[in-house]
Write a protein that binds this ligand. Structure first.
Ligand code: ASP
Length: 319
């Protein structure tokens, strides 16, 4: 749908829903704030679109080692990094995604190239890597993407052999990242990027790169990025459920809460969502112990990580 009204540019960012341990809590909160501010600057000072803003924010989170995306990704059962990412444009409903891609620093930008330079929506595995080489994207050795923490978590997982769905209540990392934005023209976009979950099977694809599951954006309603137990998120097509609830008249916050409650009730799923409506209303909801998030709008940054938190600071484009 073509956007009409002038909307207040707004961006929301998350850094993964799970039991974030205290020793990385502060860095996780700081990371989402930095990314949200950078995305907001794209929206307000360089005339960038919602799509540019979410890509910028997610690239910053992919570079931040505290998050499970790009550098800092968790390891699969074979001790390798396989990353998933999606970006979606609410104007056209076009999405681009990559699954199980290896050895690149910014899966989100490769996903955007899938959307803009191919006739496809998702490219997986070897094909995604081939495409990145065709585009001349620098290849990064696996070791450069892996942090000591990711390796430790992998070893701990193998020691205790936890069930995958227990990971979301444990302190083993899977801080998927995401961003949603609306620009002054009322166009919405979303982006989600992840290394997945520790010790996932080789070739396992979670919700994150799947349209309507890990993310969805539609100018008729709004944009959503999800995090949490990928298999549960896919069962309820969480992102599309949120926009569906908005289409039925729910506010961004009510749609987020309702969809998270539905996932819990229907498949006992844990996770979180961030939402922006086409009018610039925002929503943040999670049923894990923590989820770092930040919203920038109208010269103000709001943020939190623990249930019920909603801190607020002034934000200037020069800050
Ligand atoms: N949803 C991601 C996955 O299952 C993990 C996460 O959000 O932390 O791959």
């Amino acid at each position: 749908m073509a956007a009409t009204a002038t909307t207040t540019p707004t961006i929301v960012v998350h850094g993964g829903a799970w039991s974030i341990p205290d020793d990385i809590a502060e860095a996780s909160q700081a990371g989402v704030k930095t990314a949200a501010e950078a995305g907001y600057k794209v929206l307000t000072t360089s005339g960038g679109s919602a799509l540019d803003a979410v890509e910028t924010a997610v690239r910053i989170l992919e570079d931040d080692v505290v998050f499970d995306a790009g550098t800092g990704s968790v390891l699969n059962s074979a001790g390798d990094v396989e990353m998933d990412a999606i970006i979606m444009d609410g104007r056209s409903l076009r999405a681009g995604s990559v699954a199980c891609v290896q050895n690149i620093a910014h899966p989100i930008s490769l996903a955007r190239q899938v959307m803009e330079k191919t006739d496809h929506t998702m490219i997986a595995g070897v094909g995604a890597n081939l495409f990145s080489k065709e585009l001349g994207i620098p290849q990064v050795p696996t070791d450069q993407l892996v942090t000591d923490d990711a390796r430790k978590q992998w070893e701990e997982y193998h020691k205790y052999k936890r069930a995958v769905n227990e990971l979301f209540d444990s302190q083993l990392g899977h801080d998927t990242v995401g961003a949603v934005a609306v620009d002054s023209e009322g166009n919405v976009a979303c982006a989600t990027s992840t290394g997945g979950i520790t010790a996932k099977r080789v070739g396992r694809v979670g919700d994150s790169p799947v349209i309507g599951c890990g993310a969805y954006a539609d100018n008729d309603s709004g944009a959503v990025s999800c995090t949490g137990h990928g298999e549960a998120i896919m069962s309820v097509t969480l992102a599309r459920t949120v926009t569906f609830n908005m289409e039925q008249g729910a506010s961004a916050q009510a749609a987020a809460d309702k969809s998270i409650a539905y996932m819990k009730q229907r498949v006992d799923g844990t996770g979180g969502v961030i939402v922006v409506s086409r009018e610039g209303q925002t929503g943040v909801s999670f049923n894990t112990r923590r989820m770092p998030w930040a919203v920038v709008r109208d010269g103000t940054i709001r943020f939190g990580m623990n249930p019920g938190e909603n801190f607020q600071n002034e934000f200037t484009n020069s800050s």
